[in-house]
Design a protein around this ligand. Structure first.
Ligand SMILES: O=C(O)CCC(=O)C(=O)O
Length: 330
């Protein structure tokens, strides 16, 4: 039987901080999630029409174009569409097909070769509709750890970036800086383009011209570490670059997978989880299979964390353009 990741893929992941596995899924295996997202768009458009806020629902448009048409008709409704798809703070989509993808055995087998057999679905997962011209679709240089609590910088948290269509340089695939993930956390700044954190050019360990552009075919996965600097590029096509990014860590890394938000001692949220506002969940445990969360438990955990409104980590990053240095304890 073919191993989940080949030796050279494992080596590239640890040496370069990223690797593309071009054929982890068949495009057909991603179809149920595409349909789950299409159903949200349909429901949202129907609701807005019933409320008299839109006239056209564009049912004839497909996954690649419908959201573009809806947003072009009413740009002011963009946040409402995005929120319906992504949830309140981004990770609120708890559909069954999303869970099926997050817990897909082939994906977990690949992750087991990198993380070991005890795996937590780390809280931050996202759906990203990169609609042509949508400013928040283009994400500046960052390490995912820039968003996480500082006490997780030394843990490996793997991002699995999974396009739901072919991701190309034209439609805004990612770029990475290879081989610099072992140098630790870089200074991030607040208030980058789209409101995101940014590592400014002068703080990148390599000039951005040395970045590698990483196309990923539909069915493929880009694996990155939490310290791999990466950014996403503009979508210059007329179709949507849909993707999801999922994150995983070993059970021994800091996690809130065994607490509900109301069980936190006051003020302790930053010292427990890597990303306190969202709930982690166990996806594989060879030693204690009884710890693995079911779909129903996953939904409950995600919903309770969503309602608790815990603040994101405050790492003391200073604003973009400021000459102030970030705090030493980052
Ligand atoms: O999907 C994108 O365009 C960017 C994703 C990203 O930066 C991330 O997953 O950390």
């Amino acid at each position: 039987m073919q191993p989940p990741l080949r030796e050279e893929q494992i080596r590239q992941f640890f040496e370069d901080g990223y690797v593309v596995v071009p054929d982890l899924f068949t495009p057909a295996e991603l179809e149920p999630l595409r349909q789950e997202i299409e159903a949200i768009i349909e429901r949202t458009a129907q609701r807005l029409k019933a409320e008299g806020r839109i006239q056209q629902t564009h049912p004839q448009e497909g996954f690649a174009t419908r959201l573009t048409r809806l947003m072009a008709d009413h740009p002011e409704l963009t946040p409402e569409y995005i929120r319906a798809i992504e949830g309140k703070a981004g990770g609120g989509h708890t559909g069954r097909e999303m869970f099926r993808l997050i817990t897909h055995p082939r994906l977990l087998d690949a992750l087991e070769t990198l993380l070991g057999p005890e795996i937590v679905g780390s809280s931050v997962y996202r759906i990203r509709p990169k609609v042509p011209g949508y400013a928040r679709g283009v994400i500046p240089w960052h390490q995912d750890s820039g968003y996480f609590s500082a006490h997780c910088d030394t843990s490996l948290i793997i991002t699995c970036w999974i396009p739901l269509v072919d991701a190309t340089p034209e439609n805004g695939c990612l770029q990475v800086l290879p081989g610099v993930h072992r140098n630790g956390i870089l200074p991030h700044r607040t208030g980058g383009p789209g409101g995101y954190l940014i590592i400014q050019e002068e703080d990148l360990p390599l000039p951005s011209e040395q970045a590698i552009t990483v196309p990923v075919p539909c069915g493929g996965v880009l694996l990155m570490t939490n310290l791999t600097p990466h950014c996403s590029t503009p979508n210059r096509t007329d179709t949507i670059r849909w993707s999801v990014d999922l994150r995983y860590q070993a059970l021994e890394a800091p996690t809130n997978a065994f607490q509900m938000p109301e069980e936190y001692p006051a003020g302790a949220s930053d010292s427990i989880a890597c990303y306190p506002p969202e709930g982690d969940f166990v996806v594989r445990s060879r030693a204690h299979p009884e710890l693995v969360h079911t779909y129903e438990q996953f939904v409950t955990r995600r919903t309770r964390y969503d309602a608790a409104n815990l603040p994101p980590p405050n790492r003391g990053w200073v604003p973009a353009g400021s000459t102030q240095q970030h705090k030493e304890n980052n």
